[in-house]
Design a protein around this ligand. Structure first.
Ligand SMILES: Nc1ncnc2c1ncn2[C@@H]1O[C@H](COP(=O)(O)OP(=O)(O)OP(=O)(O)O)[C@@H](O)[C@H]1O
Length: 254
């Protein structure tokens, strides 16, 4: 569980996060949604310790990040998996080498053990035959699965995903969403997903934080978000053409 309490972050005169309180549950896909510029990435970077907030706390399973020693921060880093926008694979490394990279950084295991773990996660994401290929030789969806394998190879307690679906067609995006969700439940991970994607919200929105201008404007889950009368939320959700049509159909009782 990651608990954010009374979080404020400014850059110069710009007050970006204005007192965020939210609990990211363990074993759930916790979504952070909101318009461009609403503060989603700044929130994630504060949670990762990349930005220091002026006020408020971030607690990892009850321990405030601000009280961590350098050694504790290093340990925490090993417990965090990151799925970057676009995958961020190393083009000059094979799929296997990409997935092995964090293991090499953080563990002193023998090569054979590392290889076993890599094979295990590649099998889990259905890529057992692609280990020797280079990222350029596989599809965008497969590249995302490699990035997911790399993010979970160290058995993280916390998984951060920044726009995991960017650049994918709707079907592949759903496959990726469901994979993230399955792994979250299977390994009991506290997963944080930043997304613009309305389909993700429908698929894996177990717990949702909606940010508007740096304020937590609404929280709930995927079933509640389509029933709320909160105008700021509905303006955001139904700004997509598809959802406007769904809303219209609901109004007409179709
Ligand atoms: N390092 C920084 N220095 C100054 N201002 C920043 C910095 N990082 C972000 N900001 C500002 O904080 C605000 C929120 O940005 P943020 O990237 O969190 O938005 P976002 O909700 O993630 O948007 P998007 O969906 O477009 O990625 C923006 O006005 C941005 O310019």
């Amino acid at each position: 569980m990651i608990e954010v309490k009374g979080l404020h972050k400014s850059f110069g005169e710009e007050h970006i996060l204005k007192g965020i309180d939210f609990v990211f549950d363990t074993g759930k896909t916790n979504l952070v949604i909101g318009q461009s510029g609403s503060g989603k990435s700044v929130l994630m970077k504060c949670m990762l310790g990349l930005f220091t907030p002026e006020k408020g706390t971030i607690e990892y399973d009850g321990k405030a990040y601000s009280t961590f020693t350098d050694e504790q921060k290093r340990e925490l880093r090993q417990e965090i998996g990151m799925l970057f926008q676009g995958g961020a694979l190393f083009d000059s490394m094979t799929v296997e080498e990409n997935v092995m990279f964090p293991l090499r950084m953080f563990t002193k295991k023998r090569k054979r053990e590392l290889k076993e773990r890599v094979d295990e996660v590649l099998e889990r994401v259905n890529l057992n035959d692609s280990g020797k290929k280079y990222p350029a030789e596989i599809s965008g969806g497969m590249q995302k699965r490699v990035a997911i394998a790399r993010a979970i190879v160290n058995r993280p307690k916390y998984l951060f995903c920044d726009e995991p679906n960017s650049g994918l067609d709707p079907h592949t995006a759903t496959v990726i969403d469901n994979l993230i969700h399955e792994l979250t439940v299977e390994y009991d991970i506290t997963t944080v997903v930043i997304t613009h994607d309305m389909n993700s919200l429908l698929e894996i929105g177990e717990k949702i934080a909606f940010l508007k201008d740096g304020v937590l404007a609404w929280t709930g889950d995927k079933s509640q978000i389509f029933k709320t009368d909160d105008q700021t939320v509905t303006d955001f959700v139904y700004s997509s053409d598809l959802f406007k049509k769904v809303k219209e159909a609901q109004r007409q009782g179709l």
